[in-house]
Write a protein of this length. Structure first.
Ligand SMILES: Nc1ncnc2c1ncn2[C@@H]1O[C@H](COP(=O)(O)OP(=O)(O)OP(=O)(O)O)[C@@H](O)[C@H]1O
Ligand SMILES: [Mg+2]
Length: 324
């Protein structure tokens, strides 16, 4: 297994992954807090620095880039400063941004965290969740049509903030089928009915429960949930189960439980994005579903053990496999 996984990893380089979904800018304002405002009973943050990171679907694209893949980011942004910052961040990682269209009626989705003395004091969100307009939908589809032949695997990273519409999903499933490309979906439960006939969906435990209408978290409930989703959507299902690892339900009927690697956990944020990015590159590199899931589980284990927000690098993943 180890040799096989290392072989697959060698193929990650320059695989073309199209990531479509709701892109966001994560902004952090870091400062010192030493006094209360004379204007209102609130703390005053004296700003020391501002940092930015791609969030939402664009975090999947940056995970792909950190693993040596080539990402093509498709989505929308507002006509604002946040868009320019986000595009700069993405371009700096070598991510193709030609598929990011501007919607003049929405702000770029942005989450601003104000951190005083390393404690988050406040989060400020900018977003408008309505579906994109028909003309933008059309621009997105034209771009997808133009690029699909050069893509190895498609990832839909859905945060239900407007990009993943029924028309876009139908179109993606159709053209991906026509060009024999796998489609992986990191789903939003309320969009359940959009995901029929994709290759693989990757809900976490609670999303899967909500989608299958089985909320009980027991071991037998996981089996029922996975099987029900597989049949209902006609797709392979990978349920990510936090510290319990993952369970893969394949269309052929095979079920595989992959235990999480026990390790010290620093941050659970973004493990799901690491999972889809690794799955996409592994499938693009010819891995079987089970091999892709094993690799994604190793990558996610490394991610949760990392301090800070950095993505898992190809070197870290290689080391993770060698230590198996
Ligand atoms: N405590 C943990 N210990 C080891 N591995 C973990 C732990 N938590 C998560 N993982 C790994 O990360 C994977 C994804 O985690 P999880 O199921 O929490 O996804 P998620 O809820 O979609 O994450 P996100 O919040 O990023 O969307 C798991 O399948 C597992 O491989
Ligand atoms: Mg998730």
């Amino acid at each position: 297994m180890k040799q096989k996984l290392l072989k697959i990893l060698e193929q990650f380089k320059n695989k073309n992954i199209l990531v479509i979904g709701d892109i966001m800018l994560d902004k952090y304002i870091w400062g010192d807090v030493s006094r209360i405002s004379p204007e209102a009973p609130v703390q005053v943050v004296h700003v020391q620095k501002e940092t930015y990171a791609p969030g939402g679907a664009s975090n999947v694209a940056s995970n792909v880039a950190a693993l040596n893949g080539k990402s093509f980011m498709v989505g929308i942004a507002g006509n604002d400063e946040a868009k320019r910052t986000l595009l700069n961040e993405l371009k700096g990682m070598g991510i193709n941004t030609e598929g990011i269209f501007t919607d003049n009626d929405k702000p770029t989705t942005q989450k601003v965290r104000i951190v005083g003395k390393s404690q988050q004091l406040l989060r400020v969100d900018y977003e408008k969740k309505e579906h994109v307009h028909k003309d933008i939908e059309e621009s997105l589809m034209n771009f997808l049509k133009k690029i699909i032949a050069d893509i190895d695997v498609v990832v839909i990273s859905d945060y239900a903030k407007g990009v993943i519409t029924p028309a876009i999903c139908d179109f993606l499933v159709q053209i991906s089928k026509k060009h024999s490309k796998a489609v992986i979906v990191d789903p939003k439960p309320k969009h359940l009915n959009l995901y029929s006939n994709v290759t693989l969906i990757t809900p976490n435990n609670s999303e899967a429960g909500e989608m299958a209408d089985i909320e009980d978290g027991s071991e037998s409930a996981v089996l029922e949930t996975g099987n029900k989703l597989l049949k209902y959507l006609n797709t392979n299902v990978l349920i990510t189960r936090g510290e319990k690892g993952m369970s893969l339900f394949e269309m052929g009927g095979k079920i595989t439980h992959i235990p999480a690697k026990a390790r010290e956990v620093y941050s659970l944020i973004g493990a799901g994005d690491t999972v889809v990015a690794t799955l996409a590159l592994a499938l693009a590199s010819g891995a079987a579903l089970e091999e892709a899931a094993v690799l994604a589980n190793i990558a996610a284990g490394i991610k949760v053990g990392k301090i800070g927000t950095a993505s898992v690098s190809i070197e870290e993943l290689k080391k993770g496999i060698e230590e198996l």
